[in-house]
Structure formats: C-alpha cells, structure tokens
Write a protein that binds this ligand. Structure first.
Ligand code: MSP
Length: 527
C-alpha cells in the first residue's frame, strides 16, 4: 500500500445564498476524489469552507437587514448542514472570518510589505461587484464584465498594489516548465493567452470604500481585497503562520485544488505568484471543472431554473443524486442538467443495471444454494475467462481515469463492467444450469463469479456511492471495510457466507412522467 499524503481543496464558497447543484457539484467531486485516494491508501486531507468577506456579502447582509457577521454565521450553519446531508467527508471547514485565518493573512501581508511586494498607489478601473473584481478597459467584453457579463462601474480609490509584474518572467517560465499544471490544458492556454502573455498588471489588493474585510495590517482604513484573503485559506487552514503549523508541514503543497473554470485566473496566476513570493512550494495541480447548465442557460433564481440538492436527495436518495452529478459532468465541457435525463439514468443505470444485478444475484444464491455462497468450483464455463479479462481491463481503465480526475469517465468504466456482468448472466443462463444435475458444479462457478463481481463493483463505486457500496457488501454477507487493494485479491469469499434473505431494493424504478414533473416543479420552487 502506498503511504503518501493527498491534500485536496474545494474553492471556498461565497455565502451569498442557498447552494444549488452547481455549487454542490464542486463539493461532491472533491469529496469523491478524496474518497478514491483514501481507498487507495493515501493519507488524505480535504479542506472546504466559506469566503465570507467582501462587498458582495456586505450588500447581501444589508438587504436582509442583518450585519454581515449575523448573515455569515447563519449561512455557515446551513452550509455545514448541507455538507452533512451530502455526506461530505471533509477534514476542515474554514471560514475566512475566523481569527486563525485573519491573523495569518495579516502576517502574510506583513511579509509581502517587508519584501517590497506591495506598494501604495491610486486605482482606477472597471469594477464588477458580483465578481468582486476590477478589470481594465481592454479586458471588458462589450463594455461588460468578461466573467459574468454584467454591468461594471468605473471606480477610483487610494489603494495598495501587489507588484505582479515583478513575477511575470517567473510565471511564464513556470508554465513553460509545467504545461500540465492546469487541467484541462485548454484552460491554461486561455489564461496564458489572455492574461499572462499580454503582460501582467499589478493587482490592486486593498479597498477603502467598504469595511467588511480583513484590515491591512499597516493601514486600518483599508481592507484587503477579498481574493487575496480567500486564496490564503488553503494554507492558513493548515496552520501556516500560526503556533501550530504541523498540518502545514505535513500536507502542503496541495496535491489538487478543485476549482470552477471561471476562477482559474485567480488560482492559475495570482495564487502561484503569492506562494512564490512567500517562498512556498506551489500546488501540484489545478483542476478547473466546467459548469452544470440548464436548457435556458445558467442556473438563476429569476429565470426559475435553479435546482437544489435537497430536493433531489429527499426524493431519490443521496447516492442517486451524487451518481447523477458525477456521471453527468464531462471532464472539460459544460453539461446540461435535464430532468428527463436524471430519471432515465436513475432507471437504466441504477435500478436496472446495478440494482437488478444485485437482486438477481442474491435471489439466485437463495434459490439455488439456500442463501449460502457456494465454494468456487474447479469446473469452469466458457465465459469465465472473458469476464475476468474484462474486469482486469476495466480496473486499469478506471484507475487511470480516476488518477487523472476524469471522474465521469471512471464511472462509465465501472458501468461497463456492470453491463458485462449482466451479460455474463445471460451467457451462462444459471436457471438452465440449475435444471441439469450434472451442471451443478458449473452453477457454483457462475454464482461465485457473480458474487465476486458484485464485491468488486461495490469497491469501485465506493468513492461516489459509499452508502450503496456498503449495502451491497452487507447484503452479500461480506465485510464492508474494504480497500482498493481488495480488487486485486481473488478467492476472498468464504464458502458458506450467508447472503441476505430478503435484500432491500436499492433503487426502485421511477415513473418517468411523474418524476419529470416533480423535478420541474422543484426547479420552479413550487413542489
Ligand atoms: N469564493 C470564490 C472562491 C474562492 S476560492 C479561494 C467563489 N465562490 S462561489 O461560491 O461563487 O463559487 C464556488 C464554486 O462553485 C466555483 O468553483 C464555481 O465554479 C462553482 N459553481 C457555481 N455554479 C456552478 C455550476 N452551475 N456548475 C458547476 N460549478 C459551479 O467563486
């Protein structure tokens, strides 16, 4: 077993409103990768949290008649509840208003000041409030924010700047040497072409037009730009610049930052430069995932096309919801959430392919062997070998996809093994073997192979459907404490192991029309 560490982070979310399935996707994806690495024997550490400062939060709180602190405290409780409901296995949840973060960020800024990375000047630029970001004239698209397309406002203020240009050559060289730092690489090409190649502009890192932020340590009239504050969470949470930095020493550098595609510039330019300026190692990889979009574009409350994870989980269960999100999203392209597709996948992939395989196999152990898994027999069928070979191939394929964070592709590999196992039932026709006494040994082989295939499937789905994985193993009477290495073990099922007499149905088929209507209603907020 490899004994390596794996530090993985989500972006820290703005607590500006209720989290929809897009936000949840990012969390579920990160959790899935973390669980996969844990299963493979890594010492894993997952960080998530909230990005609580900035003008946007201050404005939302004011609109609600709350102080920013009251607002973020309430939102933090809700976020923690949601991640609990979604079974997110994080190790730390950081809030940027926590003293541990605030203190460390101020120390980081002091270090920048000492090193001459920060200077005072005057800023004029186009500000996009929802994105908390300034743009130059050149960066605007049709006079609007290049990231979200909304109106921008011309603003001028006294401000501190981070001397990005000092690091321009360094970052260019870094990308030349590490072309795969950002995946998919198309995203790296985008930021390189649009932001690095034309020349880096110094970054304005303080604001004095509002006060909901971390005060500059040398000038309390200014609060820190929310992105500098936020990015630092990846190290402050580990105790960087604190009395106890043991986690920092153990887990930094991050092995993977998972981020949405629209925030890659901050993670792909500013973050590496900040780290380099602090003399710290860089994260190993950034994965910029795409977006879940709806038929009518981006999810938006005003359009009435937002879908919340709670509405899916309460009706279809956690594992079906996670399965759908992870299976849906391709590695590099936006993916369309369609209610009819959700229901079809539930019925075909979960109820039919997986659920039926489990219930048929258990029913056969009960029917032909009194509920006891038979000893693997010496008598083979002509189909055993190809099932074995197929498994080996798919195991390799799943691993290579998961190792490269192509989670949807990894899931599809597992499902092709599920389909192959279903085909094995058709090929071997155990019901026919059961009628011929001389075929009894063959029947044992077939049933043993089916149970063993299910054992392997249960392990492979564990990173994204841990509840279902456990249920399958328990229904088969097998130990549910498994590791990825168990996929390489043969003959581990003890003869005579008792399967469940009346297994619970894992995924009951859905009525298509009724459920499409339910999801559509949920989207419009009138379930
Ligand atoms: N606070 C910043 C991140 C700071 S990290 C140092 C932020 N927060 S956010 O709440 O706006 O977005 C958090 C994440 O949710 C982003 O990675 C974003 O891409 C993701 N998603 C929001 N909507 C999404 C979809 N519809 N689909 C997939 N992910 C999307 O940005």
């Amino acid at each position: 077993m490899e004994n390596k560490k794996f530090y993985i982070t989500t972006p820290i979310y703005y607590p500006s409103g209720k989290f929809h399935i897009g936000t949840a996707y990012c969390e579920v994806l990160t959790d899935c990768i973390k669980r996969y690495k844990t299963l493979r024997g890594y010492d894993t550490y997952m960080l998530t949290g909230l990005d609580e400062h900035g003008q946007k939060i201050q404005t939302v709180a004011e609109k609600r008649g709350l102080t920013p602190k009251e607002h973020v405290d309430e939102m933090a409780k809700k976020a923690i509840e949601l991640w609990k409901l979604m079974g997110i296995d994080y190790n730390d949840f950081i809030r940027t208003t926590e003293p541990r973060h605030v203190k460390a960020v101020q120390k980081i800024v002091e270090k920048f000041l000492e090193n001459g990375d920060i200077y005072k000047g005057e800023y004029t630029g186009w500000y996009c409030m929802p994105c908390e970001n300034y743009f130059t004239e050149f960066q605007l698209v049709d006079g609007k924010c290049p990231d979200c397309g909304r109106e921008v406002k011309k603003m001028k203020e006294d401000a501190y700047f981070f001397n990005m240009s000092k690091y321009e050559d360094w970052i260019k060289e870094f990308y030349r040497e590490n072309p795969e730092f950002i995946v998919p690489t198309s995203r790296k090409n985008e930021i390189f072409k649009n932001f690095i190649e034309p020349g880096l502009e110094d970054l304005c890192i303080s604001r004095c037009t509002f006060d909901w932020g971390i005060p500059m340590p040398n000038d309390s009239k200014h609060v820190l730009y929310v992105w500098l504050d936020a990015l630092a969470n990846y190290i402050t949470a580990l105790g960087y610049m604190s009395d106890d930095d043991s986690n920092f020493k153990k887990y930094w550098p991050a092995d993977l930052h998972v981020v949405g595609k629209e925030i890659i510039r901050f993670h792909g330019i500013y973050w590496p430069i900040f780290l380099h300026a602090l003399g710290l190692e860089l994260p190993k990889k950034l994965y910029a995932h795409s977006w879940i979009v709806m038929k009518d574009g981006k999810m938006s409350k005003s359009v009435g096309n937002v879908i919340y994870p709670e509405d899916l989980i309460s009706r279809y269960g956690l594992d079906a919801t996670k399965y759908y999100l992870l299976r849906l999203m391709s590695f590099s392209q936006d993916s369309l959430f369609l209610p009819e597709d959700f229901v079809t996948r539930f019925n075909s992939d979960l109820a039919n392919d997986l659920g039926n395989l489990v219930s048929r196999t258990i029913a056969m152990v009960n029917k032909y062997f009194d509920g006891e898994i038979p000893v693997e027999s010496k008598e083979e069928t002509e189909f055993d070998n190809s099932l074995q070979e197929f498994f080996k191939e798919k195991l390799k394929e799943t691993e290579s996809f998961m190792d490269e964070y192509h989670v949807s592709d990894g899931i599809q590999s597992v499902w092709s093994y599920i389909a192959r196992t279903n085909k094995y039932i058709d090929e071997t026709a155990p019901w026919a073997l059961a009628k011929v006494p001389e075929d009894r040994e063959k029947l044992k082989t077939v049933i043993y192979n089916l149970v063993d295939s299910l054992r392997k499937i249960a392990i492979m789905i564990k990173p994204f459907m841990s509840g279902t994985s456990k249920k399958i193993l328990e229904q088969l009477g097998l130990n549910s404490e498994v590791t990825w290495d168990d996929l390489y073990k043969e003959n581990v099922i003890l003869a005579g192991t008792k399967v469940a007499e009346k297994p619970e149905i894992l995924f009951a088929r859905l009525d298509k029309d009724e459920e499409i209507e339910y999801i559509q209603n949920a989207m419009h907020g009138n379930k």
